[in-house]
Design a binder for this molecule. Structure first.
Ligand SMILES: [Zn+2]
Length: 379
């Protein structure tokens, strides 16, 4: 295994100097690095009482993947460093996606200024057809809507980074390192039908489900912080952030909106059906993520408001309605209702994943470093 810094440099990774320059030069990057710093606290908390490892969350410029969780050894395997690498291009793509959506008059109309927006259907469709293409940026005219777009990016990034951290603290990477000598999980950009690896599908299930729980809790703690203290945090002082964290319900609504857009639109373009070798189709992932949001509410593991389940449903419905509207198709609400009611589509794939998770879960458990593995997949 390579040395940590050498490995990060090989992926086109940032240096500490660059990070400070990016933060100093641009409020957007300041928000992004704030988000990454906050995420790293989860790892510290989760692994307390278990094996502690240094953690590096880095931005890299490697087009092969959107994100990667891995470990690097520093001396002959005796000492490991956890690494989460995020492709910078993915952050730009999220900014592009949410800016275009908020620049459209028919998306998130509850955020003031929508009636003045002028992005048209073609502008958003271009994104839909080629989510990773570089085009002219389309920004919302309203500064509040632009600020909301940036906040939605941080919600999406928070989910992605926690997903990678779960791969590490729930022992997925160590399990693979010991059993197959492959100490990494890539979130690949390519979604092409190929030989299915059901074992990694279940690791993705665990990472998605747990990340949703952690991300929700984190956002809710921000809402509470903001409501109790007169926030002196400069990062929260703009109106867009306050729109999203105004209440638990507002946060859950926007969270569900982001997650829905992430899987339905941003992640895979118009072909919402293909699985890859390592990842099930986004619509399958979306289903279990919605199920998890619903089950968290049912179990009241976290102090969600009375209306949180309803708010999450409305956030996802708004995302589906908006995407359908800007792409000129009929909205399809069935999957959202299914997920939020925790009804399972009875497919061969899901039956296979469910059985594999039952088999794998006890094998994975000894590798977990403080992470709590997801429960069985709902029937
Ligand atoms: Zn993953």
């Amino acid at each position: 295994m390579r040395d940590v810094d050498e490995q990060i440099a090989a992926w086109g990774g940032e240096s500490t100097v660059e990070r400070e320059e990016m933060k100093a030069g641009n409020p957007f990057w300041k928000r992004i690095f704030w988000c990454l710093d906050e995420c790293s606290r989860f790892s510290e908390r989760a692994t307390r009482g278990s094996e502690q490892r240094p953690l590096r969350i880095v931005l890299i410029d490697d087009e092969r993947f959107n994100a990667r969780a891995t470990v690097c050894s520093t001396n002959e395997g005796a000492h490991f460093v956890d690494i989460v690498a995020i492709n910078t291009g993915m952050i730009y793509t999220m900014l592009d996606v949410f800016s275009r959506l908020l620049g459209h008059p028919d998306v998130l109309i509850t955020v003031p200024g929508s009636q003045d927006e002028v992005a048209d259907r073609v502008a958003v469709e271009k994104l839909y057809a080629a989510p990773f293409s570089n085009g002219t940026p389309i920004l919302p005219l309203s500064s509040q809507r632009l600020s909301v777009a940036v906040s939605l990016v941080t919600i999406g990034l928070d989910f992605i980074v926690h997903h990678e951290l779960i791969h590490l603290v729930n022992g997925h990477i160590d399990f693979r390192r010991v059993n197959s000598g492959m100490p990494a999980i890539d979130e690949s950009k390519q979604l092409t039908a190929a030989n299915v690896d059901v074992t990694t599908y279940t690791l993705e299930f665990d990472a998605d489900s747990c990340a949703v729980g952690v991300s929700l809790q984190r956002g809710i703690s921000i809402v509470k912080k903001l409501s109790t203290a007169a926030s002196d945090n400069q990062i929260f002082k703009d109106t867009g952030v306050m729109t999203i964290y105004a209440s638990v319900d507002a946060y859950v609504y926007h969270f569900a909106f982001v997650i829905y857009v992430f899987f339905k639109l941003f992640y895979q373009g118009p072909e919402n059906i293909f699985s890859s070798r390592t990842h099930p189709a986004p619509q399958v992932r979306l289903w279990w993520v919605l199920c998890t949001i619903a089950s968290i509410q049912v179990k009241k593991n976290i102090a969600l408001g009375e209306k949180a389940h309803e708010s999450a449903t409305h956030g996802a419905l708004e995302a589906e309605r908006a995407i359908a509207s800007v792409t000129g198709r009929t909205p399809d609400y069935e999957m959202i209702r299914n997920g939020m009611d925790q009804g399972s589509p009875d497919t061969e794939l899901l039956r296979g994943i469910r059985a594999e998770w039952q088999r794998l879960r006890p094998l994975l458990d000894p590798f977990s470093r403080g992470g709590k593995l997801a429960p069985a997949i709902p029937d």
